[in-house]
Design a protein around this ligand. Structure first.
Ligand SMILES: Nc1nc2c(ncn2[C@@H]2O[C@H](COP(=O)(O)OP(=O)(O)OP(=O)(O)O)[C@@H](O)[C@H]2O)c(=O)[nH]1
Ligand SMILES: [Mg+2]
Length: 670
């Protein structure tokens, strides 16, 4: 098994064990009635995110550079054959996603090309199952799979006019005109998009592979350019040693990276180096030739040579199928695979950890806070009751009065502090308005109107630039509102510290920055695409409109996610405090009740002390168990995946305050 396959499987196993540990924690918290509804929702969300977690690798290049062959060689050599069709000339005709969704049977779903004549992009159609043709797949039969996969290469001949309606033919483009035969027909893909769903172990572990046809699709399918490729975790740009870097290769490169080659998830592959192998040359000579080509590619793409991988996909595939280790080394495929692991696995794990472990840690901190408060209370009550041992009735009477007074005082303080709730609701509403779909809709309508006026003029570029600027401004305003809420919460906590003596963990920090970054990325992808358009024809214009529709759909998704996250954050602010208040109130009441019973001689002091000692032991047991759960989640299967770095421990500021302050507040005498 290659290192790549191995690492991906370890990543999958790590994720599974993380999910199992969270599940255990959750059940344990539920059983101990330690999970409030909001914390439960947060754990749910973390688990959903974990189980739906995907790792997407996109292969982009001009046609015939060997994308499909590379996918076969890197991921599917264990089938002992080529499973994705790979042949000279144009082969893959439609964007193809290989993945596994276990809720569906193994199948190929294909979206007919005719849908391009209608409104809506691929992600709209993804929501509507009826638009897709479904072809069953038998994963046990390599022959059957091979046959079924030929679908991605299917074409149809249509009239130039029909192709124009689909946005696949522009009469103003001299090259495209050449493709039309003397009957006015041309060949186009039969499908717009294909999703191959099959239970390959890597796909089952959450890998998604995106194979694309050449520039034709990258330039005409907005979904690919604006969404699928930019959101991939790794983008592999493939060149071939026999063609070098052609003008159309550069076109594809510009579409994916624009002018900014710094993006760390792009790598370039110089394929077909076997073409340079020559029995009449020494290995050193061949290596020097490969190196020369790598340097040339680096200079042309403005890319660091360390990010360029010379390989032979075809020989690599043959070597794996025939178990020829020498040929495999010569194909240099293992170096590329190792680079992919380095590029993908640690960053993916960090991301998952950031998103999941952070959520869980937070819940753990909150629960620990509650348990520690309970522990502290019990210790103090014990102390208080022990001090009564051997004292007379009037001491008991005095203690009761003090307990009642403190119960009352606590309620009074809490009532004052929590009166902020209404302010919180108002501030939150104000912050949400900017990320609500209404606000976005207003921007879209305004932009469409201005685009209509700027139709076929270069001004449309500034119109779209303004659109993105408006979205950023909305997010900024919303962020400012949320920052105000955060300040208010810090104030609430300060009041608790001053009046009740609690030191609560600071509110979880929250930011809309990731959404601003997504808007930036969307704008970048849009600009890469249209930045260089010099002449606007009617057909180009309809392409621009198609792309803008996709931009709108993407913006909507981004705003909906921003709103959802902001709401979830606001919702999470009060429950931990409220839980703590409830806890404290209960303890104070129990204390008054206990002293009352002792005064009325209904219960003995010794009996009550015994109960408190048992309760204290329970809480300490729970705290230890909580720590075990938290440790398991922070370091799951560490030993399995060698590269995992240790997560940061919880900062001391997030830990519960030491006992003592509360004791003073309760006025316990020694
Ligand atoms: N000599 C040599 N030929 C290769 C290599 N990799 C791919 N090829 C050949 O190049 C041709 C194109 O390969 P494909 O895998 O179909 O290329 P592609 O990039 O998927 O092309 P499209 O699907 O048309 O976009 C096929 O004939 C492959 O056999 C290689 O490493 N060496
Ligand atoms: Mg292909």
């Amino acid at each position: 098994m290659s290192e790549l396959v191995n690492s991906f499987q370890q990543l999958g196993a790590w994720r599974d064990s993380l999910a199992t540990s969270i599940d255990r924690l959750r059940r344990w918290l539920n059983a101990g009635q330690l999970l409030d509804a909001d914390a439960g929702r947060r754990l749910d969300l973390a688990q959903d995110r974990l189980s739906g977690d995907k790792l997407v690798i996109a292969f982009v290049a001009e046609f015939s550079r060997g994308k499909s062959e590379l996918i076969n060689a890197i991921f599917f050599a264990d089938y002992g054959r080529r499973i994705l069709p790979s042949a000279a000339g144009r082969t893959t005709m439609c964007p193809t996603e290989l993945m596994y969704d276990e809720t569906l049977p193994p199948c190929i779903r294909a979206l007919p090309i005719e849908t391009r004549a209608r409104l809506g992009n691929t992600s709209d159609f993804k929501r509507s199952a009826v638009e897709w043709r479904v072809f069953p797949l038998n994963p046990d039969s390599p022959e059957g799979m091979l046959e079924a996969f030929k679908l991605v290469a299917e074409t149809v001949r249509v009239s130039a006019e029909e192709a124009r309606i689909y946005g696949l033919y522009d009469p103003a483009d001299a090259e495209q005109v050449l493709a039309v035969d003397r009957h006015g027909m041309l060949e186009i893909s039969r499908w717009r998009h294909a999703i191959i769903n099959f239970p390959h172990p890597l796909l089952r572990d959450g890998l998604v592979i995106l194979d694309t046809p050449g520039l034709n699709a990258i330039g005409t399918e907005p979904e690919l350019t604006l969404s699928l490729v930019p959101s991939a975790h790794a983008v592999l740009f493939v060149l071939a040693a026999d063609t070098g870097v052609t003008r159309s290769d550069l076109g594809v490169w510009r579409h994916i990276v624009g002018n900014d080659a710094r993006d760390a998830n792009h790598i370039a592959i110089l394929n077909k180096i076997d073409g340079l192998w020559d029995e009449l040359k020494s290995t050193a000579e061949i290596d020097a030739e490969v190196e020369r080509q790598v340097q040339h590619v680096a200079a042309t793409l403005h890319l660091d040579p360390s990010r360029i991988f010379p390989v032979s996909a075809q020989k690599g595939l043959v070597a794996k199928v025939t178990h020829d280790q020498a040929l495999l080394r010569q194909s240099r495929l293992p170096a590329l695979e190792a680079a992919l692991v380095d590029l993908l696995v640690p960053s993916k794990r960090d991301l998952v950890r950031q998103q999941t472990v952070a959520v869980v840690d937070r819940v753990v901190v909150e629960v620990r806070q509650t348990l520690s408060a309970r522990e502290r209370n019990l210790v103090e009550q014990l102390y208080e009751l022990r001090s009564l041992q051997g004292k007379n009735q009037s001491s008991v009477e005095r203690m009761l009065l003090r307990a009642q007074a403190e119960q009352h005082e606590f309620d009074e303080n809490v009532r004052k502090i929590l009166a902020t709730r209404t302010v919180l609701t108002r501030l939150a509403e104000e912050a949400y308005t900017n990320v609500r779909l209404d606000a976005l809709r207003a921007c879209v309508l305004d932009t469409r109107e201005r685009m209509r006026k700027a139709r076929l003029t270069p001004q449309f570029i500034s119109v779209t630039r303004d659109y993105f600027a408006q979205l950023r401004e909305l997010l900024r305003k919303s962020s400012a509102g949320l920052a105000e809420i955060e300040r208010m919460m810090i104030g609430v906590q300060r009041s608790f510290a001053e009046q009740v003596g609690w030191s609560l963990p600071p509110p979880m920090s929250f930011s809309l920055d990731t959404y601003v970054a997504e808007i930036d990325r969307l704008e970048g992808a849009y600009r890469n695409h249209f930045g260089a358009i010099a002449m606007l024809t009617r057909d180009k214009w309809s392409l621009i409109e198609r792309f803008f529709d996709t931009v709108v759909v993407k913006s909507r998704t981004i705003f909906a996610a921003a709103e959802r996250d902001a709401e979830a954050w606001v919702r999470s602010l009060l429950p931990p405090i409220e839980m703590q208040v409830r806890e404290q109130r209960q303890q104070l009441k129990k204390r008054t009740d206990a002293v009352t019973r002792i005064r009325d001689a209904q219960g003995s002091l010794e009996e009550r002390i015994g109960q408190l000692e048992d309760a204290l032991q329970d809480v300490q047991g729970q705290l230890a168990e909580l720590k075990r759960h938290a440790d398991r989640i922070r370091l799951p299967r560490e030993e399995l995946a060698g590269r995992i770095t240790r997560p940061d421990p919880i900062p001391p500021s997030a830990l519960p305050a030491p006992a003592g302050h509360l004791g003073r507040h309760l006025g316990i005498e020694s």
